[in-house]
Design a protein. Structure first.
Length: 330
């Protein structure tokens, strides 16, 4: 059976004082209102005995802020976003804030619903790694005046953003192969096309055009047998290099190469845009671009707090540097 939550009025009756007196003491204002130390201790001890829990939303309403930030991510199962969430939560905790994390699973309609639910919870600000483009989100963002910072995936040139230059970094990766590719397969998972991937594709296309390298965009099937067939078809067509745009498909490509008797590092080469701790332990180890996830999280929080202080300044784009981790697959 559910028991009734202890209220300020319950404590006031138990101690024999007014509800206002209890409120003053439990909000640390006992001395300010000349309440004796003995009475303050009695009220505090009684609150503990009665298992009193402050009403968070009522307190927030009085103070005009909730000390909470909404964090919207597109796929929390992705190691990138898991680390980003961890970093942002830790940084907010240091500043005395809590975080509501919502996962959209790349569902654009769910994202809109969850964003509105966060607004209804009166979050003080929001950090978003969106599935939708900014034009779809603007009507929702205009429903509230809270500050918003985009992380990893940008909104537009006027919105605060912390992330990397996907175009520039992908372009550099094409130049980073130990031997210039005869033909380059640019690979991503099936049915995956968000703004960051589009920017990476454009960067790879620009580099291939400059170097005169034939390029094919490959959306890898989910069925392992179809992956094997796709890898075989690509290698038979002369594709000897793979630029993988997100790390979730690397193991599938490795399996496809192995099942077709193709040795990575000699007969074929691979660079992945996103690093993964497992890449150092496969044979051969995978050369990959390491994004500054912790930096992105820290600076996204810092930018949000700057915006909380000053809401009229133009948005800033804070582009962080990546690191190419050289191993043996490229």
């Amino acid at each position: 059976m559910k028991t009734k939550r202890t209220s300020l009025e319950d404590i006031a009756k138990a101690v024999g004082v007014s509800k206002a007196t209890v409120s003053f003491v439990l909000n640390g204002k006992g001395d300010e209102f000349n309440i004796s130390k003995e009475k303050q201790k009695l009220i505090q001890d009684t609150a503990k005995e009665m298992l009193y829990v402050p009403n968070f939303f009522a307190k927030s309403l009085r103070q005009g802020e909730t000390k909470t930030v909404g964090l919207v991510v597109s796929d929390i199962s992705n190691p990138f976003y898991a680390e980003l969430c961890k970093t942002i939560q830790e940084e907010l905790h240091k500043k005395g804030y809590n975080v509501f994390i919502v996962n959209t699973d790349e569902d654009k309609e769910l994202e809109k619903i969850l964003m509105r639910e966060l607004f209804q919870r009166s979050v003080d600000g929001m950090i978003i790694s969106p599935s939708n483009r900014i034009d779809s989100l603007i009507p929702i963002l205009h429903e509230t005046h809270i500050p918003v910072v985009f992380a990893d995936r940008q909104g537009d040139e006027n919105a605060d953003f912390v992330g990397v230059d996907n175009f520039k970094e992908a372009k550099k990766l094409v130049y980073s192969f130990s031997k210039q590719p005869n033909k380059l397969a640019v690979v991503l998972k099936s049915n995956s096309m968000v703004i960051t991937l589009e920017e990476r594709i454009q960067g790879a296309e620009a580099a291939c055009k400059e170097l005169g390298i034939p390029m094919e965009l490959v959306q890898l099937p989910t069925d392992p047998k179809q992956v094997d067939k796709k890898i075989k078809s690509l290698t038979e067509k002369g594709f000897d290099s793979f630029l993988v745009l997100n790390n979730v498909v690397v193991l599938k490509i490795l399996a496809g190469l192995k099942n077709n008797g193709i040795e990575l590092g000699t007969q074929a080469r691979m660079i992945c845009f996103d690093d993964d701790e497992a890449f150092a332990f496969v044979d051969p180890p995978i050369t990959a671009l390491r994004q500054p996830i912790v930096e992105i999280g820290i600076h996204a929080v810092d930018r949000l707090f700057d915006r909380l202080k000053e809401s009229h300044k133009p948005g800033k784009h804070d582009l962080r540097k990546c690191e190419l981790v050289i191993r043996k697959s490229h």
